[in-house]
Design a protein. Structure first.
Length: 109
């Protein structure tokens, strides 16, 4: 095992630790203020509903070239990826709209 492998594994470990802490620390903090936890749950439910709508609109068609080795894409996976992509697009548009509205209201005030 050379140093590149060691650094890659160290990077993976740090990403996992960071992800765990990013989830656990706000939960610990929200024990003091349960209303903040409610806001988080509402946000997660809204994103879940957005994903459900995007997933239902996604196409499950897969080109024949991608159904074989090495890709092995199934219609279910194609629909899931399409739903995730549409969710990301919708959230991107929502973020850009929010930025524009905020800047316009700053100019007006």
């Amino acid at each position: 095992m050379d140093t590149t492998d060691i650094f890659l594994y160290a990077g993976y470990l740090l990403i996992i630790i960071g992800a765990i802490l990013a989830i656990v620390m706000p939960l610990i903090k929200s024990i003091d203020d349960p209303k903040s936890l409610l806001k988080t749950v509402v946000g997660v439910v809204i994103i879940g509903a957005l994903f459900a709508v995007a997933y239902s609109m996604a196409d499950s068609e897969v080109a024949a070239r991608y159904t074989a080795e090495p890709f092995n894409i199934t219609p279910t996976v194609a629909k899931l990826v399409g739903g995730v992509l549409m969710t990301v697009y919708a959230l991107f548009i929502l973020a850009i709209t929010g930025i524009v509205v905020t800047e316009v209201t700053k100019i007006v005030k």
